[in-house]
Design a protein around this ligand. Structure first.
Ligand code: C2E
Ligand code: MG
Ligand code: MG
Ligand code: MG
Length: 278
């Protein structure tokens, strides 16, 4: 009996694995056509500047609208795009679209664009960014590139050279999701980031646990000492705003201010943002 049970468990295991492999393969195939079929769109989420009491930037967030799958979230398809290398052409499209939109906004509004670690392995990245900026007419210091700690783990000199090359263009660099990865504080000294984005997991705990406040304060203190700005991610409750202001956070982002919106909604958001008295 044990033998039969073991055999059927094994059969179920291989069947599930087989199904997973097929699902994965099918997503790869769909993703492959998505660019050409115009299934991608960018949504934008505002960043609220606490010192000026207005929106100062929008983060571009990729959306995939597939005719059969519906809206697929980045958490599902970005990893597949990274493994297949499709993130390279997709990333180029995102940057072009983001710069094209930003060029139509008021001049004091920046755009933030997420870059995958995989994009840094593509040769000529700095030249391509320079070219995209020139084509869009966007002032380079209105572009903020968001990278994650995983890039720093590669910690080779070439990554540092690429980041310095981007900075030399006038582009700003932000370290996204700070505190979730494995990077050590020494990375912060090694590279002059313009901004640290404190991960949502710390912000969620802010009003519930004293320790979370201590961590956020430590990060903002460090950032301030290193002359870097800080953005708190995932601000959902108004009670978090004063705490984050007291900690010295410079920018806030989250559903409290707005969910990511299609580009057509940006003018209305900007008009409203100027009158938010946080
Ligand atoms: P991220 O860069 O950390 O972006 C913030 C994510 O948090 C977004 O999820 C945003 O919709 C969500 N968010 C913002 N405010 C709140 C809030 O108050 N509460 C909650 N619960 N969530 C909030 P999204 O759009 O699903 O993107 C997830 C991740 O996918 C991004 O995290 C980023 O790492 C990646 N991603 C998105 N677009 C791109 C892209 O164009 N290129 C690359 N390489 N990655 C992208
Ligand atoms: Mg980001
Ligand atoms: Mg983030
Ligand atoms: Mg995040």
């Amino acid at each position: 009996a044990a033998k039969t049970a073991g055999r059927s468990r094994f059969r179920r295991f291989t069947r599930d694995l087989d199904r997973e492999i097929r699902a994965r393969r099918s997503m790869e195939l769909d993703l492959h056509d998505a660019l050409a079929d115009g299934e991608f769109a960018l949504h934008f989420q505002p960043l609220f500047d606490l010192s000026r009491n207005c929106f100062s930037a929008f983060e571009a967030l990729l959306r995939w609208n597939h005719p059969r799958r519906g809206q697929v979230l980045p958490a599902e398809f970005i990893p597949v795009a990274e493994e297949t290398g499709l993130i390279i052409p997709i990333g180029e499209w995102v940057l072009r679209e983001a710069c094209r939109h930003a060029a139509t906004w008021p001049e004091d509004i920046r755009v933030a664009v997420n870059f995958s670690t995989v994009q840094f392995s593509s040769p000529g990245l700095v030249g391509q960014v320079a070219q995209t900026l020139a084509a869009s007419g966007l002032d380079p210091n209105r572009l903020e590139i968001e990278i994650t700690e995983s890039l720093l783990l590669e910690s080779s000199d070439s990554i540092r050279d690429i980041l310095l090359g981007l900075k030399a263009l006038g582009v700003r660099i932000a370290l996204d999701d700070f505190g979730t990865g494995f990077s050590s504080l020494s990375f912060l000294r090694k590279f002059p980031f313009d901004k640290i984005k404190i991960d949502r997991s710390f912000i969620i705990e802010l009003l519930r646990e004293d320790e979370a406040g201590a961590v956020v304060r430590a990060i903002t203190d460090l950032a301030t000492a290193l002359k870097m700005e800080t953005t708190a991610e995932g601000v959902e409750e108004s009670g978090q705003v004063e705490a984050l202001r007291a900690f010295g956070c410079t920018t806030l982002q989250g559903y409290l201010f707005s969910r990511p919106v299609p580009p057509a909604d940006i003018p209305a958001l900007l008009a409203r943002g100027r009158s938010i008295a946080a």
